[in-house]
Design a protein around this ligand. Structure first.
Ligand SMILES: Cc1cc2nc3c(=O)[nH]c(=O)nc-3n(C[C@H](O)[C@H](O)[C@H](O)COP(=O)(O)OP(=O)(O)OC[C@H]3O[C@@H](n4cnc5c(N)ncnc54)[C@H](O)[C@@H]3O)c2cc1C
Length: 387
């Protein structure tokens, strides 16, 4: 306890000295997040300083081992760091699919060489990743994917995989440096013919086409692979056993997405007081559910980190958190009335409310739809027969 108290004191002093004032302001939009990567343009000196200072300590990912660029903190210490950051309103120094998705999969399935190569670059924000899972004919039925990787050889590369096919809904593919990608290496078995490959998005034969969304932004792409040559060693886990890696990563992705349910932490009732008593009652009921979700989420996070959570529990959390976030956004729009539809005036902070509302619709689709999460909970947690 005394050790933890002195860790808190030291952490508080360090954050006071190193977290720039600008990085303590609330995140106004997606543009305030720092994604890092080789093409990243920092929004300000403060954003760069904050990332560098945190990465130097391994605190962009406090609980990874120090050897792999993390902070080597115990779960208790990581909890203290999180609460001290929340106390001063510090923004996350880095938002990264490498941290929330690929990293945990590499820690479990990667070779020592892969861990030492990729993880420190992820922790320092030097490499931005995208996720090549969904295809035009494979979303909920992900194991139906058809992008093909065939073993081949040439003098320059030695043994390599020749990749051909198409992905869709690849978030930030046009901005990413590398992709973690599911490919079919055998047609003999559906799940048992999938492998998990990593490759550079600048490899010849990779191209992307952004898809414009209703919210006005274009965060995801169609991604095409035409005779892309991927060195043989860039596979994670064993050939034809990529489904295990894919499912493990999805658990971490769902855990990350479930955090949407926390919605920044504040009470909706305290932030808005509409005249309509029915709406006020709905907001009060929402606040009660949000508090219950926050408590459940804390318990789940501790169990998940300790490896004690049911493997299907991220599905339960993802379902609850994303449905809650959609409800929050509906209530914000209802309470704001027609003013809430203001799309681009200074007063509306450039349409934050309607943009967030439209974006929230995707929460219960990305990372697997709500229906699929309910199927998983029914089968694996409640023990009901499969459909
Ligand atoms: C914001 C956002 C970001 C995304 N980013 C990425 C990304 O970076 N990389 C990536 O690979 N993918 C990404 N996706 C794609 C996402 O994973 C898929 O959209 C999702 O898995 C659903 O697949 P689908 O769109 O093909 O829908 P479908 O699978 O065609 O589903 C259509 C409808 O049928 C329902 N349905 C299907 N099967 C069943 C069933 N067995 N039981 C009950 N209902 C069923 C679904 O719930 C859904 O309502 C993203 C999606 C969104 C919205």
């Amino acid at each position: 306890m005394a050790d933890l108290d002195s860790f808190r004191t030291g952490t508080r002093a360090w954050l006071e000295a190193n977290c720039p004032a600008e990085m303590r302001e609330p995140i106004r939009s997606e543009a305030d997040l720092c994604w890092g990567g080789r093409n990243w343009t920092f929004q300000s000196d403060a954003q760069r300083q904050w990332l560098e200072a945190m990465a130097e300590r391994g605190w962009t990912i406090p609980d990874w081992p120090k050897d792999y660029g993390g902070g080597g903190l115990s779960p208790e210490e990581a909890g203290v760091l999180k609460s001290e950051m929340q106390r001063i309103g510090a923004r996350p120094p880095l938002t990264s699919f490498g941290i929330s998705m690929l990293g945990p999969a590499l820690l479990k399935f990667g070779t020592e060489e892969q861990k030492r190569h990729y993880l420190p670059q992820i922790a320092r924000g030097e490499i931005r990743w995208c996720q090549g899972y969904s295809e035009p004919g494979a979303g909920s039925d992900l194991a139906g994917l058809q992008t093909k990787a065939e073993a081949d050889f040439d003098e320059a590369l030695g043994e390599y995989w020749l990749v051909n096919g198409q992905k869709v809904w690849t978030s930030y593919a046009d901005k990413a440096d590398w992709i973690f990608c599911l490919v079919r290496t055998s047609t003999e078995s559906k799940q048992g013919g999938i492998s998990f490959l990593l490759f550079d998005m600048q490899t010849p034969g990779v191209s992307t086409k952004p898809i414009l969304l209703i919210s006005g932004s274009s965060p995801f792409c169609e991604t095409f692979f035409d005779d892309v040559k991927v060195p043989k060693g860039q596979i994670v886990g064993e050939v034809n056993k990529g489904w295990d890696v894919a499912k493990y990563l999805l658990g971490h992705e769902r855990e990350m997405i479930s955090g949407m349910g926390l919605g920044g932490g504040g009470s909706l009732g305290a932030a808005m007081k509409p005249k309509d008593p029915m709406l006020r009652a709905e907001i009060a009921a929402f606040d009660v559910d949000a508090l219950a979700f926050a408590a459940m989420s804390e318990r789940f996070a501790a169990m998940w980190k300790a490896g004690e959570a049911h493997p299907a529990s991220p599905s339960m959390m993802k379902y609850a958190g994303t449905e809650l976030n959609k409800r929050r956004n509906e209530l914000v729009m209802a309470a704001g009335g027609s003013d809430a539809l203001d799309w681009d005036s200074e007063r509306s902070k450039s349409g934050k409310a309607p943009r967030d509302w439209l974006r929230s619709k995707g929460n219960s689709i990305e990372g697997g739809t709500s229906e699929i999460q309910l199927n998983i909970v029914a089968k694996h947690i409640l023990g009901l027969p499969g459909a």
